[in-house]
Design a protein. Structure first.
Length: 272
């Protein structure tokens, strides 16, 4: 079975017509089930949880959760292979508020992710990396990523090493440091029962490679951590993007099953 459990409707809106474009591309690419995971900050009910009012004012879509849930439930009632998800930014100190929001809706699964280090949206613009201490950026990112996983709020941790998105990396002599960060994420996922996401999105970014680093996947597999597959599609054309290579990547790192969710409960099915 093939799933694509990470995609966004923000560019086309909460309409059945736009959703059907994602479904059709999935069918064309042999993807059996898709999970819609709109960014939580695009909803008026969740936008304040991000704690970045300037970003919300400029970029939030102003969607309503009731419209989102109704759209996806109607699609599923019509037999479309759609699961109800959301991508939620982890914001330290707001765990209780996030938990209350997530408990209020009938999600099949929730992706947690880290896109912000304090007030810095590190994946928004490569120019913001100029003059940054890359080693400190990596340290802070992985600290937040581990906290996100250990919070117990999320079913899946998305694009686990997205800090590499613009190609800024720790130097080769710091490879041991990076591997320790990755190993800690794998342990956190194993100890909390959190899935890790294998994503093709990095292939479309300046870094030019899948998320996550093979070292993380190998350690996760050793510890029995389950995975999901994702394209992080922000356009219908990206659904199932580079999936033949992504499946090969997963298999090369020891995975022959993928997680499917319903009502925030996961189960393993053979990887197609």
């Amino acid at each position: 079975m093939l799933v694509d459990y990470h995609m966004h409707l923000e560019r086309g809106g909460l309409t059945r017509e736009y959703l059907l474009r994602f479904v059709e591309v999935a069918r064309q690419r042999g993807v059996d089930e898709i999970g819609i995971t709109e960014h939580a900050y695009n909803f008026v009910e969740a936008a304040p949880l991000l704690g970045q009012p300037w970003y919300i004012e400029r970029y939030s879509s102003g969607f309503r959760m009731d419209d989102y849930i109704a759209l996806l439930e109607a699609a599923r009632a019509d037999g479309l292979p759609v699961k109800i998800g959301i991508e939620m930014d982890y914001v330290p100190g707001r765990e209780e508020e996030i938990g209350r929001f997530l408990a209020a809706y009938p999600f099949d699964f929730v992706i947690g992710s880290v896109h912000w280090i304090d007030d810095w949206g590190f994946d928004l613009d490569p120019a913001t990396w100029q003059g940054r201490d890359v080693q400190e950026a990596y340290r802070r990112y992985f600290e937040l990523a581990e906290r996100a996983i250990r919070s117990g709020l999320f079913d899946v941790f998305g694009h686990p090493d997205v800090i590499k998105v613009f190609g800024y990396r720790l130097p080769p002599e710091n490879r041991n440091e990076l591997e320790e960060y990755l190993a800690r994420l794998a342990r956190a996922a194993a100890e909390t029962g959190t899935c890790l996401e294998i994503s093709s999105a990095g292939r479309r970014k300046p870094v030019g490679e899948f998320y996550p680093d093979p070292h993380l996947l190998a350690e996760a597999r050793r510890l029995g951590v389950p995975v999901t597959l994702a394209s992080d599609a922000h356009d219908p054309e990206h659904v199932g993007w580079a999936y033949p290579d992504l499946v090969r990547f997963a298999r090369e790192n020891g995975y022959d099953t993928v997680t499917v969710f319903e009502g925030r409960r996961g189960r393993q099915v053979p990887l197609g």
